[in-house]
Design a protein around this ligand. Structure first.
Ligand code: GDP
Ligand code: MG
Length: 457
């Protein structure tokens, strides 16, 4: 009976793995989706080649098609490429936290006044983004911020920043007509130091396209200001050209991050992937409108969903994975209700513990059994301990796992060696196992669990 139940467990998984044909077919569609999202062609190619080996041979979850499974793998790869951790948002939601950005946004960890240089093409949103950052730093982070416009090219540019400053209640450097950009930068920093500002934002002039004159000017400003952050402000609608712009600024000026604007428009955000891939620099901020509070932290998972445009499939596959976990937990709960608990079950428990949410779903399956909940909690004290415990069980033979009484001294030595642990650790695990088993049997005898779980099990 023991082994038959074991088989039931395995059947739940009904493994099938992704063939090369499955993967190729799905990746052809992914390629189209990425190009439609305006990811630059060379980046698309690299991306596809990077994800292919990850997908081939992976197991397919029940109730989803191989194609859907590939999309999920692609999505997770995309999240990683964008600097995120797949599943992090979901985990945050489960833990009741607000999902945070993957890579921190602005780094202000430098002696005040911290110089921040804003660079980019004309019309990309530099001045607006400067105002947005100033507003956020002063209102939310209580920083004393000074803004200075180094845009001496467009007649109204310096005035534009001054007006913005008045709107958000942030100081701007007084305008001195005819003063060249490098001199403005120096004056901004010395004023910043003298008057005790925390941050000095330097808004530079742009051009319609990259040219030598623009780059030389920005480089001169950079050398004078020694910025702690150099942000490329780029329009999300830039499309295929995003790669060239980002690469050029990164090579000549050196970037610390990217602020992507007009994310509120129709663009699917492929530029984010292109620029991150080409520069290796994090996307730090998103501009989501003309209003001065339309500035958001960058969420890799959200942007990945938008780029791929296959959010439904991704959540379908996530759901399927969840269902499988749930079924595992239910099957185990049934075994527990019958007073059965062997080392295979313990291994499953530990596996569940290593996954967030696993513990919670286990507990939901075991209503009113606080002792087991305590045990599970105790077993979860340390991830490393759990991993070692799993290794110990994995080093046992099938027979040992279902009949732990077989494990005598010599076997304990073998298991310790095989799992890279020690005999005392093996002993400890077996003792813990015996306690849990005793408790499961006791609960069964009291009839507690069966009645609690609605009987009929
Ligand atoms: P600059 O030349 O790089 O300084 O660009 P500006 O900051 O002057 O912005 C150019 C135009 O883009 C202005 O009309 C802004 O209101 C608009 N803009 C800037 N950021 C955003 C954004 O995130 N969303 C939208 N919809 N418009 C933006
Ligand atoms: Mg401007």
């Amino acid at each position: 009976l023991q082994s038959r139940l074991g088989d039931v467990f395995d059947k739940l998984r009904r493994r099938a793995s992704l063939s090369e044909d499955d993967v190729n077919a799905a990746l052809r569609e992914v390629r189209v989706a990425l190009l439609e999202a305006d990811v630059a062609l060379p980046v698309v190619k690299d991306f596809i080649e990077g994800v292919r080996p990850k997908a081939v041979g992976q197991e397919v979850l029940r109730s989803v098609t191989p194609g859907q499974q590939v999309v999920k793998i692609v999505h997770d790869h995309l999240v990683e490429m964008l600097g995120g951790t797949p599943g992090a948002d979901e985990q945050a939601a489960r833990e009741g936290r607000y999902p945070g950005a993957a890579e921190s946004d602005l780094d202000l960890n430098a002696p005040a006044p911290v110089p921040i240089l804003m660079v980019g093409l004309q019309g990309s949103g530099k001045t607006t983004t400067t105002g947005k950052i100033a507003k956020r730093l002063s209102e939310k982070q209580r920083k004393k911020v000074l803004m200075a416009s180094l845009d001496t090219r467009r007649p109204a540019a310096q005035q534009q920043l001054k007006v913005l400053g008045e709107q958000v209640g942030v100081a701007t450097l007084p305008i001195v007509p005819g003063e060249p950009p490098v001199a403005i930068a120096k004056r901004a920093l010395s004023t910043g130091k003298l008057e005790g500002y925390d941050v000095v934002l330097l808004d530079t002039a742009g051009r319609l396209a990259i040219d030598e004159e623009l780059m030389a000017e920005v480089v001169a400003v950079r050398d004078a200001a020694q910025p702690h952050e150099t942000l490329l402000v780029a329009d999300a609608m830039t499309g295929q050209d995003a790669v060239n712009v980002a690469a050029a600024f990164n090579e000549r000026v050196g970037l610390t991050g990217i602020a992507l604007t007009r994310v509120d428009g129709d663009a699917r955000g492929g530029a984010a992937l292109s620029m991150k891939a080409v520069t290796g620099k994090p996307i730090k901020l998103l501009g989501t409108g003309e209003k001065l509070d339309a500035l958001e932290a960058f969420h890799p998972e959200r942007v990945a969903g938008r780029i791929l445009g296959m959010g439904d499939i991704v959540s379908l596959v996530e759901k399927a994975a969840e269902t499988l976990e749930q079924e595992d937990a239910e099957a185990m709960a049934k075994r527990l209700a019958k007073g059965r608990f062997d080392l295979n079950d313990m291994h499953k428990q530990l596996q569940q513990l290593t996954k967030m949410g696993g513990l919670k779903s286990m507990m939901q399956m075991l209503p009113g059994v606080p002792k087991i909940q305590d045990q599970l909690k105790k077993a979860n004290v340390d991830d490393k301990v759990v991993k070692r415990q799993m290794a110990i069980i994995t080093s046992m033979t099938k027979a040992e796992r279902s009949r732990p009484e077989l494990i005598k001294a010599s076997r304990r030595q073998r298991i310790a060696k095989g799992s890279g642990t020690s005999v005392p650790e093996v002993n400890k695990l077996l003792k813990q196992f015996a306690e849990t088993q005793r408790m499961v049997k006791k609960v069964k005898k009291m009839g507690g669990m069966e009645s609690l779980m609605g009987g009929g099990m």
